[in-house]
Write a protein that binds this ligand. Structure first.
Ligand code: GDP
Length: 296
């Protein structure tokens, strides 16, 4: 389960405070030290942790907290609020186009879960918005990815546009024409990934962007890679105008560093999380609920 250790450690650090009638500066320093270690161990970005602890200390040492009847509870609330802020405060939704179709381009490194997530998102939109999506198979270097997307399409009863063509931008252009003809309200574009960011990949994604003008360019990142996920996000964001993050494999991520730092480091909102291999394993991301879950 995600955040298991972090949850346990934070709860322990804060429990020491709730039992006390009065809280001293030394108590707050002790708790801050524990919280700092817990966050670093969860693989949260160093600078994010530093800022976080600074804010907690400042607020916890504030007059209102010191004079309140229940300072321990107040401090827990401060930690809860700051964790929520760290993850972006409000839930963020997909951008919607004024005219159909709304276009969603999915990018990311190989194996992060792009193709699966295209299927999950199509399923989500069908369930929640009665959408009629069309999927475009743009991961042409991995024939298995095209088959995988076709299978997902069959499972969901959703059309998949694919073409035997080495020019992805052209495939996408034709796929969009098909969507116009069929009046699909969403187009989800799967793209190729690599083991690491390289110029060729970025050039291709830029060409697809120029043709598709996506309303949403979503980066799929693997939560299990921790802080590396935030670096990947920065890399992609330098070249593409990302609009948000989908954090996959949260079910296997015991630490939680990516979920906690990616917003603070990149400024990009986490819009969805994946927590399993099934097409139904996708959830909208709510920073406040996640913070409360971590604090138990
Ligand atoms: P792509 O190369 O980015 O298109 O990645 P795939 O969609 O092929 O996914 C790679 C592997 O990750 C597959 O085995 C998926 O079933 C698995 N996967 C994708 N999302 C999740 C998730 O949220 N949780 C888990 N446990 N596995 C996932």
């Amino acid at each position: 389960m995600a955040f298991e250790n972090l949850s346990e450690r934070l709860q322990k650090a804060l429990k020491n405070l709730t039992g006390k009638g009065k809280i001293s500066e030394a108590d707050i320093n002790d708790a801050s030290r524990e919280i700092r270690l817990a966050l670093l161990e969860a693989d949260v970005n160093f600078k994010v942790v530093k800022d976080f602890i600074k804010k907690i200390k400042k607020e916890a040492l504030g007059k209102e907290v010191q004079e309140s009847l229940n300072p321990g509870q107040q401090i827990i609330k401060i930690v809860d609020d700051e964790l929520t802020k760290m993850m972006g405060e409000e839930a963020v939704s997909l951008n919607k186009s004024q005219h159909i179709p709304t276009i969603i381009m999915m990018v990311g490194l190989q194996g992060t879960g792009k193709t699966t997530t295209v299927g999950k998102l199509a399923n989500y939109l069908m369930k929640n918005e009665k959408a009629r999506p069309l999927l475009i198979a743009g991961d042409i270097y991995r024939p298995a990815a095209i088959d995988q997307l076709k299978q997902i399409g069959q499972q969901l009863n959703v059309p998949v546009y694919s073409e035997d063509n080495q020019d992805v931008a052209e495939i996408v252009k034709h796929g969009l024409e098909e969507a116009d003809k069929n009046k699909n309200d969403y187009v989800l574009i799967d793209t190729a990934g690599r083991l690491e960011i390289d110029e060729q990949l970025m050039d291709e994604l830029k060409r697809v962007t120029a043709v598709a003008h996506p309303d949403n360019t979503l980066l799929v990142v693997d939560a299990m890679t921790g802080q590396a996920a935030t670096q990947v996000a920065e890399g992609f964001n330098n070249d593409l105008d990302l609009t948000g993050i989908i954090l996959t494999k949260l079910d296997g991520d015991t630490r939680g560093g990516a979920a906690l730092s990616i917003r603070a480091v990149t400024g990009l909102p986490i819009i969805f999380t994946g927590q399993g291999e099934k097409l139904t394993d996708l959830s909208t991301f709510h920073p406040d609920r996640m913070a409360s879950r971590i604090l138990g």
